[in-house]
Design a protein around this ligand. Structure first.
Ligand code: GLU
Length: 294
């Protein structure tokens, strides 16, 4: 089903609009990303190890519509999942040979450092603090933090209104939005859960007044809310999404970046968007300029 598509920044302007209900994180009509054949990689590299194994362990979110949401099959669906499949495909690994691990925000660096996953594709903002523990390929998308409220809320108009209105704000432990929002609220106003779906539940049941995280994550919850939630205001941070890998694995980072560039050229990147988040969000993004690997 093709849904009405909304600009992420225009959503606030049409906040009263009831979005068409979307059943999940992806529509399931994604063309399978290409899987490379006869791949050869330099011995000793992560690529050679994974191609030889024919399988890969990938961390993603399981509760975020449009980016990573566990579907009826038990497999996650969404834009992050499609990006991960594109990278696995570059290694010659079929989607069914991906072992998915749920990686809530606070666990991501740890699971990479422990080697429990080979990479994390999970609405994962690139920043210096995280780079002390892991490395990032990408960015493959640029999001921005914003606010989600119940549709009948008229007191929250943007981050500057939060302190004065005494709004109870929910975000997720270990996330950048949970840190950024402290510039606008007193710590006592903030409730932290492990996942955004728990924040959305708390918003629905009136235990909090605001959920804050990246616009594209909130858009998925708005779209699934049957008109109960709306986005407020413009994005007030930049959240470049990277692919988390073992710290210092420059060759793997460069391989991922090359695979992303090729996917942008072949149309696989656009297809990944259009079959998932693009069902709701307007405008297929361009692959951002990639950071140098280190
Ligand atoms: N992009 C932000 C982060 O990496 C928020 C989304 C999330 O928690 O996954 O912290």
């Amino acid at each position: 089903m093709r849904l009405r598509r909304l600009s992420l920044t225009a959503v606030a302007a049409v906040a009263g609009l009831t979005l068409a209900a979307c059943g999940g994180g992806g529509s399931g009509d994604a063309a399978a990303p290409p899987v490379a054949e006869d791949t050869t990689f330099e011995a000793g590299t992560t690529m050679a190890r994974l191609a030889e194994a024919g399988s890969i362990n990938i961390g993603t979110k399981f509760d975020q519509p449009l980016f990573g949401l566990q579907g009826l099959s038990g497999e996650p669906e969404g834009f992050d999942v499609e990006i991960a499949k594109i990278i696995a495909g570059g290694l010659g690994i079929e989607p069914e040979n991906i072992n998915w691990t749920e990686t809530p925000s606070a666990t991501r660096e740890e699971v990479i450092q422990q080697g429990r996953v080979d990479m994390v594709v999970a609405t994962y903002t690139i920043n210096d603090a995280r780079k002390e523990r892991i490395s990032f390929a990408g960015p493959y998308y640029e999001a921005g933090q914003t606010l989600m409220v119940r549709s009948d809320n008229t007191t929250v108009t943007g981050p500057e209104s939060l302190r004065e209105s005494g709004a109870r704000v929910c975000s997720v432990s270990g996330s950048t939005p949970s840190q950024n929002i402290l510039e606008y609220i007193d710590p006592a106003q903030l409730t932290l859960f492990d996942t955004y779906s728990l924040c959305a539940d708390a918003l629905r049941t009136n235990q909090v007044d605001v959920v804050t995280t990246d616009n594209v994550i909130l858009l998925g919850f708005v779209n699934d809310s049957d008109g109960a939630f709306k986005l407020v205001g413009e994005p007030f941070t930049g959240e470049p999404y990277g692919i988390g890998i073992t710290k210092g694995d420059v060759a793997f980072c460069e391989f991922i970046n090359t695979t992303l560039r090729e996917a942008a050229e072949s149309g696989a990147y656009a297809e990944a968007w259009e079959s998932t988040a693009g069902q709701v969000a307007e405008e297929t993004p361009k692959l951002p300029e990639l950071d140098p690997c280190s």
